[in-house]
Write a protein that binds this ligand. Sequence first.
Ligand code: C5P
Length: 305
Amino acid sequence: MSCWTACQPGAKRAADGELVVSSSSKLNLFLEVLAKRDDGFHELETVMVRTSFCDTLRLRVRADSRCTLRLSDTTASGFAKTVPLDETNLIIRAARTLQQLTGCRNGVDIVLHKTIPPQAGLGGGSGNAAATLLALRSLWEQSVSDRELHNMAAQLGSDVNFLLSDCRAAVCRGRGEEIHPVAIRGNWYFLAVRPSLGNATAEVFSRCQIPERPRSSLKLTEHLQNGRVAAAQQFFFNRLTSGAVSCNPEMQRMMHKIAQKPRRVVWMSGSGSTLFVAAMSFVEAQQIRTDLQQLLRRDVWLLRV
Ligand code: C5P
């Protein structure tokens, strides 16, 4: 059964009417490519988990129909070069899609506090689109069903539906937009790091070899449901890894370093370029973060699921 709920945890409305919402990211613990489709996309079986690594959006209604977007003053300066603020940004596309469907004449001013890097395989842009759809449904007071919102999400991108749903974990099929919730138990901690360059999703998919005998996520989902962190790790997998590494040699060097020194098994999320390792507890996660920061001299994010 697909999941048609849509949920925005922790949205806050200020006295002046401004709405503040967080926009989550995802990790792919498993990603198998089943086939190439006639529409140019690939048929997937992927296991996504929602993480604590978030952007924040502040939204204020406009009386006219303009939709504007800017980065917050406290967003790191590097994002100004990599995050478009025009009609190509999924936030503006989500707002326009909702306006068109509902005929709403209001617009919105949005301030984005960005922390999730683009081209990372963490679904940062997709989470922004999902957060915008949910926030504007409420701010513009539109009676749009969760199902209609999911239909819009599927037009915007393959990962938007998972981040729009209230699922902590799900097996996602089709392009990634068909969500089958998984009742994950326990606390899960991951350390994630992104090489200096991101990956272009379409390029990574174009380098993928479709397997003759695809892997199944069944064993992994059983372990997620039983809260078995160590056992689950044996079934983490990402078919896009070799294609991504061939686009981004720095990923290969980082993977090699992580495997050598802290001797950790390392995986990639989505089409990369973010790499991640799993920890058995919060204490172990903090230790691994320190080790990785020293080894790689880069920001390492501690993600809770
Ligand atoms: O849906 P999304 O915008 O994330 O997709 C970006 C690109 O990644 C697509 O244009 C397509 O080339 C590729 N893709 C794919 N199969 C998928 C998801 C994405 O080939 N299931």
